[in-house]
Design a binder for this molecule. Sequence first.
Ligand code: ZN
Length: 136
Amino acid sequence: MVNQINHIGIAVKSLEEHIPFYQNILKFELIGKEEVKEQKVKVAIFQIGEVKIELLEPTSPDSPIAKFIDKKGEGMHHIAYQTDNITKEIEEITNQDIRMIDNKPRIGAHETQIAFIHPKSSGKVLTELCQIKKNK
Ligand code: ZN
């Protein structure tokens, strides 16, 4: 079951250029910076209430984030809904003829498992399912 928004992903060309706005102007807490090699991105994560804001910077021209910025420019990239059982969620969604980009969960930032729903099935809003590691 999806039970809350986990984070909103924002595509940027440079983390360093955009971190000060969230950290100094909006005064969000920067809770982590990491590289997710599998997705060819560097991520800066801010916590605001129960929700996180993830700034995503591509680390390679063939990163999905680089392709997104080339096509649409910087800005809102995806919304991530939190579930307590991502495998079951994927199965239920697929059973209802909704197309997934990821039919199996993969590793996301901040020790999560993630899977994207195909934007053709979600009104062009890139939608991510996200499960937090149980021991956290
Ligand atoms: Zn995400």
